[in-house]
Every structure is written in structure tokens, then in C-alpha cells.
Design a protein around this ligand. Structure first.
Ligand code: 13P
Length: 300
């Protein structure tokens, strides 16, 4: 499965978001309708700003009925959320309200939010609350240019991953229940990592037109998987060790940072990425759909 996630940031007004969503939906629907069921191995997620969520949700819903017998795979995502359900938190967004609006995915820990003061601990709390609310979290990690130049990429990634994903928070309940070695308490308390998408977004590649080499991105992806192996019960280990994954049994890692229709293929193949978090290029329906098309041509 490939994920193509459009992060529109604060780039569009409400009407503009609706127009873009309509364009993407219309062309995606017609191109998708031509494909066989098997070929549809792609999920598209649109993440408008909060103020446009409801209107974009309506676009996605209304178009659904137009393509008969097709299960369309365009979903709504939010760009952030708060880590509490309800309370005196002026200006914050409850994940439960997002869910009411039809949101299925939520971006967490984007570097543009971290620049405004968000910490790894904030991201950890948001991650757990998102899972509680039934949203699929897209957790962003990545190093700055200075950190990369100082050869600290893996240190930074390791610090972020271990701070956000606390081992005690995670246990794979489905496998765990079958695995007598795991304590019942551990299983009951745990969330499954299989419900999480991790976006490797090198900060220096965001909005710069400069992107990571696919091979370098793969090294970071493999490192993330290595770090997270210890969170999964043993049945998963051989799968990850082979670098291959079976449907429904993977930790999903995608890439973000100056993705376009020319470089996406390398990230999906040489980079081993299961999709992309796309900023600038997702503001143009034609360009974004070209990116999505690359995923549709490949099979995993
Ligand atoms: P660009 O694709 O514009 O570099 O943005 C990447 C990003 O931040 C997606 O979240």
C-alpha cells in the first residue's frame, strides 16, 4: 500500500481548498475507475487547514456516489490536533471533533510546528490521544541541515523516535493475544504500531527544492524500522529483518521534503518508502496526481 498525503499547510483559503479538492477528486476518481480492483494499492489523504476541513469533507462525500461500485480511497486528514479530549484549551482542536468532521488521518510533530515550540513529549501525548480517538497518526521526524552536516542524523532520529514512541505505550494486541509470552496487562494497555505512519521529513528538504538522495532516505528508513523492532512482538521480526512486509503487518514509513513527480519514483523504489508527504507539489492537482500515478503503477 502506498500513501500519498497532501499537506496544504496554511497555503489556501477555504474556497481554494474546495476547488483543489474537487479537481483532485474528479481526476483521481476517473483514472481510478479505469483500474482494476487489484491495481488500486494507493491511498490519498488531503490535509487542508482546520477552517477548510468541513467543506473539503463535503466534497469528498458528495463525489463518492458519482463513481458507482468503486471504493474510492481519498481520505481527509488534519494538520495537527491537541492531546486532550475536552477542556479549557482555548484555540486547540480535539481529535474527537476532527473525527466527527470525517477526519481519518492527522499529521503530528511536523517540523513547522516544532519550530513554534512543539516538543517530542507533546508529540507523544498527541500520538496516544490520536490512537484513542481512532485517527491514523502521521508522525514526522527529521534532522536540520546543521545536524546533518555535523553527522548527527541518526542521533536526532533516534532521540525523536525513542521519545515519541515509548515502548510501554505499544504492544501489538492482535498478535499479543495469541502470544502467551506477553503479559495480559502489557497487551491490554498497548496500542499497535501497525496503525501509525512515520514520515521521514529532513527539515532542510522542506519547501527548498532540495531533496534527500533516495539511498540516504532508505538508510534513515531502515534505521527507524530497526529502532522500532523492539516494540513489536517476535512474530514480526523475521518480516522486518527481510526488509519486506506483508499486508497489514508493517510499520509504514513515508518520505517528505520537496517531493515531485520526477523524484517520487526513486523514493518508492530505491528509497523503500511506502509513500510521500507532499507539500508544495500537492497544491497543483495535475502534479499531485502524477505523483499518485507513480504509486499506482508500482505494486507492493
Ligand atoms: P514540500 O513538499 O513543500 O517540501 O513540503 C514538505 C512537507 O512539509 C510536507 O509535510
Amino acid at each position: 500500500m502506498y500513501y500519498f498525503i497532501a499537506n496544504w499547510k496554511m497555503q489556501l483559503g477555504v474556497d481554494e481548498s474546495v476547488k483543489l479538492a474537487k479537481k483532485i477528486k474528479a481526476s483521481y476518481s476517473s483514472s481510478e475507475a479505469k483500474q482494476s480492483r487489484e491495481a488500486r494499492n494507493v491511498k490519498v489523504v488531503l490535509c487542508p487547514s482546520f477552517d477548510s476541513l468541513e467543506s473539503v469533507a463535503r466534497v469528498l462525500d458528495s463525489e463518492k456516489s458519482k463513481v458507482k461500485d468503486q471504493r474510492l480511497r481519498i481520505f481527509l486528514g488534519a494538520q495537527d490536533m491537541f492531546y486532550k479530549k475536552r477542556g479549557q484549551f482555548t484555540g486547540e482542536e480535539s481529535p474527537f471533533n476532527l473525527q466527527e468532521l470525517g477526519v481519518k488521518y492527522v499529521i503530528l510533530g511536523h517540523s513547522e510546528r516544532r519550530k513554534l515550540g512543539e516538543t517530542d513529549e507533546d508529540v507523544r501525548k498527541k500520538l496516544l490521544m490520536a490512537l484513542k480517538a481512532g485517527l491514523v497518526p502521521i508522525v514526522c521526524v527529521g534532522e536540520t541541515l546543521a545536524e546533518r552536516k555535523a553527522g548527527k542524523t541518526k542521533d536526532v532520529i533516534s532521540k525523536q523516535i525513542t521519545a515519541i514512541f515509548k515502548k510501554s505505550d505499544f504492544a501489538d494486541s492482535k498478535v499479543g493475544l495469541r502470544n502467551s509470552k506477553l503479559g495480559a496487562g502489557n497487551v491490554a494497555a498497548g496500542f499497535s504500531l501497525r496503525k501509525v505512519i512515520i514520515a521521514y521529513e529532513p527539515v532542510w528538504a522542506i519547501g527548498t527544492g532540495v531533496f534527500a538522495e533516495a539511498e540516504d532516505a532508505k538508510e534513515v528508513r531502515d534505521f527507524i524500522l530497526k529502532l522500532l523492532r523492539k516494540y513489536l512482538p517476535s512474530p514480526h521480526l523475521p518480516l522486518l529483518a527481510r526488509g519486506r512486509v506483508r499486508k497489514g503487518e508493517q510499520i509504514t514509513v513515508i518520505y517528505g521534503g520537496s517531493v515531485d513527480s520526477k523524484n517520487i519514483f526513486d523514493f518508492l523504489t530505491k528509497g523503500g518508502m511506502e509513500g510521500a508527504l507532499v507539500g508544495g507539489a500537492s497544491l497543483n492537482a495535475t502534479e499531485f496526481l502524477k505523483i499518485v500515478k507513480k504509486g499506482n503503477e508500482l505494486r507492493i
